[in-house]
Ligand binder design. Structure first.
Ligand SMILES: NC(=O)c1ccc[n+]([C@@H]2O[C@H](COP(=O)([O-])OP(=O)(O)OC[C@H]3O[C@@H](n4cnc5c(N)ncnc54)[C@H](OP(=O)(O)O)[C@@H]3O)[C@@H](O)[C@H]2O)c1
Length: 360
């Protein structure tokens, strides 16, 4: 299988994001031509200011609002060269919202269906695959009994959570889970109903941590998940470990998430598959221990908790049966083997990147 993208043209959405910045970096390394969407010209300028050497490799297109009329049509109609692949990452990822339906669910779902419609209508016969950055939250059950380890999740599982439940409880984490579940379901439905000339691959990662290469301008630029899973243990958000709960207890490094997307463009085994991405367990105490063991200069800022009690008392998260996904991931690599960055290395590299960027 080819790992060089020379002459192939990729449309990447949400290019200034935490994950998309790593996808961009790998696409450039592998020689792809890239059209990248951002919400404003200043966000495109920030990417180039952060990575001046990327300037020659990226054309930018502005998509200010997913919920506007046919937001992606002009990108396809104006493209100088036809596209071969689409990688759709842009979606609201925040755990605060006034209006869950309008701010979270609608943009996620509409962003996905609008770009699929435009890809089919204007993409032409050169388009081979649409890779969607989904989430493990559309696989797991938001209402799982966290005190009992259940049957491991597989690629066949779907989160039963509904918009009504998220809105009724005004719970933005549930709202996010609904937004990702509905967006992914809409993508599969689109493929089933419209039978376009391209196929779909969905990547479903759990919590993503790892070094940040997106434009950074102070502590507010730390992406949502690196903040709750790592920075919040250093910046004074948490005074103690006892009582802290994560919304999910498995994670994966951003570099593996990015690599899986670029591999998935050309991996025949990824065709019309959901691919789970989970490297291992993460929990408040695991993060605190890792920072305290590896960064003596930060020790006084990170609560100690009880270093031998890795999971919060009473928490027994359900695991993941990764066999099918691991086989697909391995087939997408040059070496025929998929190796994860382990959770502790990911946390260490996240903290290093925060220190280098002066944001903690
Ligand atoms: N981080 C995780 O733990 C995790 C886990 C599983 C899946 N994911 C998925 O990975 C993707 C990227 O997440 P990330 O962690 O990289 O988050 P991020 O840094 O916040 O990136 C999100 C990207 O989506 C864009 N976006 C958000 N709302 C939008 C809207 N209404 N219209 C147009 N663009 C919009 C953002 O643009 P602006 O910068 O202009 O707001 C940004 O480019 C998302 O689809 C997320 O659901 C993330």
């Amino acid at each position: 299988m080819s790992h060089s993208g020379a002459d192939k043209h990729v449309l990447l959405t949400g290019a200034n994001g935490f994950v998309a910045s790593h996808i961009l970096s790998i696409l450039i390394d592998r020689g792809y031509a890239i059209t990248a969407t951002v919400r404003s010209q200043s966000k495109a300028d920030d990417i180039i200011k952060t990575h001046p050497s990327w300037k020659q490799s990226i054309e930018f297109a502005i998509v200010a609002d997913f919920t506007s009329e046919e937001p992606f049509d002009t990108i396809f109609r104006n493209a100088k060269n036809p596209f071969d692949y689409v990688v759709h990452t842009a979606s609201p990822l925040k755990f605060q919202a006034e209006d869950i339906q309008k701010e979270m669910i609608e943009p996620a779902e509409m962003g996905t269906t609008e770009i699929l419609k435009a890809t089919q209508k204007y993409g032409g016969p050169s388009i081979k695959r649409f890779v969607l950055l989904g989430s493990a939250v559309s696989v797991l059950n938001s209402f799982e009994d966290i005190t009992k380890e259940g049957k491991p999740y597989t690629e066949k599982d779907w989160n039963p959570v509904t918009a009504e439940q998220a809105i009724e409880r005004h719970d933005p984490v549930l709202g996010y889970n609904v937004s990702k579940t509905r967006a992914e379901a809409a993508a599969w439905e689109f493929i089933k109903k419209n039978k376009p000339g391209f196929d779909l691959a969905v990547i479903n990662p759990d919590i993503i941590t790892g070094p940040m290469i997106h434009p950074i301008d102070g502590p507010g630029s730390i992406n949502q998940t690196n903040h709750f899973a790592v920075a919040s243990f250093i910046d004074g958000t948490h005074k103690q470990i006892e009582g802290i709960r994560f919304p999910f207890y498995h994670s994966v490094d951003v570099r593996d998430v990015a690599r899986s997307h670029v591999d998935a463009l050309t991996n025949p085994a990824a065709s019309n598959q959901r691919i789970l991405l989970i490297a291992g367990l993460i929990a408040p105490q695991i993060v605190a221990n890792t920072i305290r063991e590896n960064f003596p200069q930060l020790k006084y800022r990170v609560p100690e908790g009880n270093p031998s009690q890795l999971l919060p008392p009473g928490v027994q998260p359900t695991g993941w049966d990764m066999r099918v996904s691991l086989d697909i991931l391995a087939k997408g690599t040059k070496e025929g083997r998929w190796n994860y960055v382990d959770v502790k290395t990911s946390v260490v590299d996240t903290v290093k990147s925060m220190l280098e960027n002066g944001v903690i």
